[in-house]
Design a protein around this ligand. Structure first.
Ligand code: AMP
Ligand code: TRP
Length: 326
């Protein structure tokens, strides 16, 4: 089985990224032939600081290893190192629909936040489709916010296969059963994101234990007293999910342990569980991040492997589309 996912080197990684991304990557790496991509070309689709991009790329690479990816057995690389991604994106833009791209929620939401909306933001999902399809991917571990982009990728693959001949595997999205959408601790109706959501509501993977405990202590809860998942208790439901992600217990087990504990004690317990989860990751990260030479060496190895895997599919795309190849 071939596994592929991507993550943007923008902002500090959050507990949401851990839940929908990192922990799934490390788990799926055991199930087959896995490739993970630091999507630096996607990072330039919104306003960003060019002085940061290189650092953020290395930060994220160190975090991918610190959360359990083994760069010797799994291909981990930066998108811009493998030019097939930019090429595939252009070729696939011939099958992606203009109307369909305009309906993407992420495009509409991020577009609203930007003073100048770049055409790259509009084309973002086409580049993502190319990322996935170049590796003949069977499964894509992602969080819930990427569901629409994954459906679009499947559409693009089917349309391409129908029009030019069978080139692509049509991929399936894999979403975690619990924690596919971690919400802000300050506003349980908003996704916990790297950018946009409030700092106090966002748990960053490199936050100090004190900062994490404080964020949980001040987390917004709902009316009532029982620690129980319910539609009218979005704050507590989110905390139960986070507890489940941090400890590996099911949400039902978390409920039965804490149902009578009271919100204050429960928030403290969730904070402590998250500190216990993130502290060893932070220590590993800090150690890995100090050796830039080694990180660059490992990235170069990943790029070599990614080039070798993606090249035959790119060639088949050009051929199927009728280009005069040399
Ligand atoms: P990004 O940082 O936007 O590139 O996202 C990387 C991965 O983390 C994607 O698979 C996202 O779906 C996932 N992700 C981001 N935010 C959250 C969240 N709040 N809850 C669950 N998964 C998330
Ligand atoms: N769009 C994804 C996100 O914001 C990142 C991404 C880019 C991706 N290419 C990908 C995810 C390919 C999965 C597969 O999180």
């Amino acid at each position: 089985m071939r596994i592929f996912s991507g993550i943007k080197p923008t902002g500090d990684s959050t507990l949401g990224n851990y839940s929908g991304g990192f922990r799934q990557y490390a788990a799926t790496q055991e199930q087959g032939d896995a490739t993970f991509c630091i999507v630096d070309l996607h990072a330039i689709t919104v306003e960003y600081d060019p002085a940061d991009l290189r650092e953020r790329t290395l930060d994220l690479f160190a975090m991918l290893i610190a959360t359990g990816l083994d760069p010797d057995r799994t291909t981990v690389f930066a998108q811009s190192h493998v030019t097939a991604h930019a090429e595939a994106s252009w070729l696939l833009s011939a099958v992606a629909g203009y109307g369909q791209l305009g309906r993407m929620t992420q495009f509409k939401e991020k577009g609203r936040e930007q003073e100048h909306v770049a055409s790259a933001l509009f084309n973002y999902p086409v580049l993502m489709a190319g990322d996935i399809l170049l590796y003949q991917t069977d499964i894509v571990p992602i969080g819930d916010d990427q569901r629409q982009h994954l459906e679009l990728t499947r559409d693009i693959a089917e349309r391409f296969n129908g029009r030019y001949g069978e080139v692509f595997t049509v991929p399936e999205g894999v979403y975690p059963e619990v924690g596919a959408r971690i919400m802000s601790l300050q506003d349980p109706s908003a996704k916990m994101g790297k950018t946009g959501s409030s700092d106090q509501g966002t748990v960053r993977m490199l936050d100090s234990p004190e900062a994490i405990l404080k964020k949980f202590k001040t987390a917004v809860t709902d009316s009532g007293r029982e620690v129980r998942r319910a539609d009218d208790k979005p704050g507590i439901s989110n905390l139960i999910d986070i507890m489940s992600v941090a400890t590996g217990s099911t949400p039902a087990a978390v409920e039965s342990e804490y149902v009578d504990a009271g919100y204050g004690a429960f928030k403290l317990a969730v904070g402590e569980a998250v500190v216990a989860l993130l502290e060893p990751i932070r220590l590993r990260y800090t150690e890995l991040r100090t050796d830039e030479g080694e990180l660059l060496r490992l990235l170069a190895g990943g790029a070599d492997r990614a080039r070798a895997t993606s090249a035959p599919t790119l060639e088949r795309m050009y051929e199927a589309m009728g280009f005069a190849r040399l």
